[in-house]
Design a protein around this ligand. Structure first.
Ligand code: DOR
Ligand code: ZN
Length: 346
């Protein structure tokens, strides 16, 4: 007999949709399962102003296939020249739901990010005043710091001082990968939450490096040791309202992943919900899946929970395409390395 699980329709609180042919290819993969997504602004050039966010939103909606419903929640890319008035206007109109902080050089298309955190103080203070969340890519870029330590060091050197200096600022620590980040979020009084990806619940650093290098498991922040993965699973499945799903689904063509210097990013939009159901089932936590995918995020962002529902059905293993075609070239779908028994649909 098959089992079903019906939850409020999920949202993705951290998503890369790109632009042009790639946008057209990946948008249906998300819109099929998710009602809304916080859309990352790291295009080339980045989405810095309210006007740029409005234009990008129009391009996303134009790329949405007939009959599909999806609401892009737009973000602005924080630079040292960002104008606090522009941010406030874009938030006030409801267009923009968050501002994204990339430390300069931390990841894909982050060259225009922040080098001197003092220079963005006026923007952060304005955001604290109006309750607009800051989404943070939490890694230091100091070449002296080992890449596996960059998240933990960021908390001490940047995030904690920034939060202390800006009381009231709402912060989402994006795609956390360490027990230090989980502990930091749990220890905060108010105004701090974290997104967790599906792939970081599944892979540790051995999956990337042991027995051959697996470029499709390489993303940033890079997956850490098994004990960190376990901490993330505990946080995601534990029901704590401060942790919610942000897939960080980040499409790159196979040609760009499989080269001497491959791009960072796992493309998970297609099968994230089946992967999550499997992870939560193994933890005997299926009753808490809805909080992680559909309730905790809206609560933090001050948005209503989706009225629609989504049903997952357990049965014979489901298969997803190994790759999707993007027009720019094939994009490999994340391989969790285990069978998926939960399909989306009745
Ligand atoms: O792996 C990643 N890919 N991490 C990021 O922070 C950016 C993303 C991308 O845009 O490809
Ligand atoms: Zn991302």
């Amino acid at each position: 007999m098959s089992r079903t699980l019906t939850i409020r329709r999920p949202d993705d609180w951290h998503l890369h949709l790109r632009d042009g042919a790639m946008l057209a290819a990946v948008l249906p993969e998300t819109a099929r399962h998710f009602a809304r997504a916080i859309v990352m602004p790291n295009l080339v050039p980045p989405v810095v102003t309210g006007a740029q966010a409005a234009a990008y939103r129009d391009r996303i909606l134009a790329a949405l296939p007939e009959g599909m419903r999806f609401e892009p929640l737009m973000t602005l890319y924080l630079t040292e020249d960002t104008d606090p008035d522009d941010v406030a206007a874009a938030a006030g109109s409801g267009l923009v739901r968050a501002v994204k902080l990339y430390p300069a050089g931390a990841t894909t298309n982050s060259a225009s990010g922040v080098q001197d955190f003092n220079r963005v103080r006026p923007v952060l203070e304005r955001m604290a005043g109006i309750g607009l969340p800051l989404c943070v890519h939490g890694e230091v870029t100091d070449p002296q710091v080992d890449i596996f330590d960059r998240e933990a060091v960021f908390i001490d050197r940047v995030l904690d001082p920034m939060r202390r200096a800006t009381p009231g600022l709402k912060v989402v620590m994006e795609h956390v990968t360490t027990s230090e980040a989980v502990d930091y979020v749990k220890g905060a009084q108010t105004g701090l939450a974290a997104t967790i990806t599906a792939h970081h619940l599944v892979i540790n650093r051995n999956h990337i490096l042991a027995g051959g290098i697996r470029p499709h498991y390489y993303c940033l922040p890079v997956a850490k040791r098994e004990r960190h993965r376990r901490a993330l699973v505990g946080a995601a499945t534990g029901g704590d309202a401060r942790f919610f799903l942000g897939t960080d689904s980040a499409p790159h063509t196979d040609a760009r992943k499989q080269q001497a210097c491959g791009c960072a990013g796992c493309f998970t939009a297609t099968n994230t919900l089946s992967v999550l159901a499997e992870v939560f089932e193994r933890e005997s936590a299926l009753d808490r899946l809805e909080r992680f995918t559909s309730r905790n995020g809206p609560a933090f962002y001050g948005l209503p929970v989706n009225e629609e529902t989504l049903t997952l059905t357990r049965g014979a293993p489901v298969t997803y395409p190994e790759r999707i075609d993007s027009g720019d070239g094939p994009v490999t779908v994340f391989d969790p390395g285990f069978k998926l028994h939960w399909k989306v649909g009745a």
